[in-house]
Design a protein around this ligand. Sequence first.
Ligand code: KG4
Length: 363
Amino acid sequence: MKDIYILGIESSCDDTSAAVLKNGMLLSNVTASQAVHEAYGGVVPELASRAHQQNVVPVVDQAIKRAGITKEQLTAIAFTRGPGLMGSLLVGVSFAKGFARSLGIPMIDVNHLQGHVMAHFIREPEDNQTTPPKGTEDSSIKTQSPTQEGNKIPQLPFLCLLVSGGNSQIVKVNAYNDMEVLGQTIDDAAGEAIDKCSKVMGLGYPGGPIIDRLARQGNPKAFHFAEPNIPDLDYSFSGLKTSFLYSLQKWVAEDPDFIEKNKEDIAASLEWTIVDILMKKLKKAVKQTGIKHVAVAGGVSANNGLRNAFYDAEKRYGWTIYIPKFSYTTDNAAMIGIVGYYKYQDGEFCGVDAPAFSKVTFK
Ligand code: KG4
């Protein structure tokens, strides 16, 4: 049988990434991040788009070279079609279409959110795993210790807590192409809330990793911030953000050095509150669905407090948990490539007229 080489391209926000997979096995994954946004405390869409234009050719070139193949060997090109920043998406989408056309190979559009969830199915040569499940087929699970993060392929159906800078959702995954959103944020995403609170504290961007680092040295019960009271399985983080801002303003009015003196405790208390909000609804979803296979995905899944909460739930409630490798938590093309591989096998290609889309959807 002929080998299937998929090139994945991701450009939905501020990471330009390209990956090559051979028969579903990852050969290379190259990502260029954009430091230009740090000075602004957030992603500036126009600058992101320009940086993607500069990065896309060298990143794709590197990915193909590191995979040890030539572009003529590629079977198909998978690309992130949305959701994301329109200007950023357009660069990857246009490049992918042009490249596929010039090589005379099919193109496959991939939903970015589906990609995050499917990051759990990325296989690296050293993983030595069985073939990942496709569709609703049964998967053969290898039970591994929590230290071997990312080495466990989820059993279908499973629940996935998808938490990133743009999304906070609880997704029921029936198959790679059959995902149901059980609950989602009605305002800010968890990552967005962390980033904004970090900005209020005068820390750098993105705030997630900085808050994570500080929180490890702080007391999570030192300060109290408001938790939302939202029905069903939906989330809300705007109230927490406001509570955080007002609390800090009050404390700084009393002592101008308050943040500097207490930054570890503030970070730990903020992280504890966000993890508590996320886990409460996730536990509710497990109860409602009876599904105890639970994964976490997206940029915030790199967070130490959230990972520990998952390990705790594994011990306390008997969940089977799936934690991605750090390299596949934030935006990357390997996750786009793996979805592309499954879609290729199902003959799900797109036309050159498939437009990029910015709105959050799983369709
Ligand atoms: O998935 P991602 O790279 O991009 C989106 O698709 O949104 O997620 C980025 C988000 C940012 O808000 C960033 O602050 C957050 O993930 N993040 C973290 C950590 N690392 C990244 N949040 C908490 N703890 C971390 N260690």
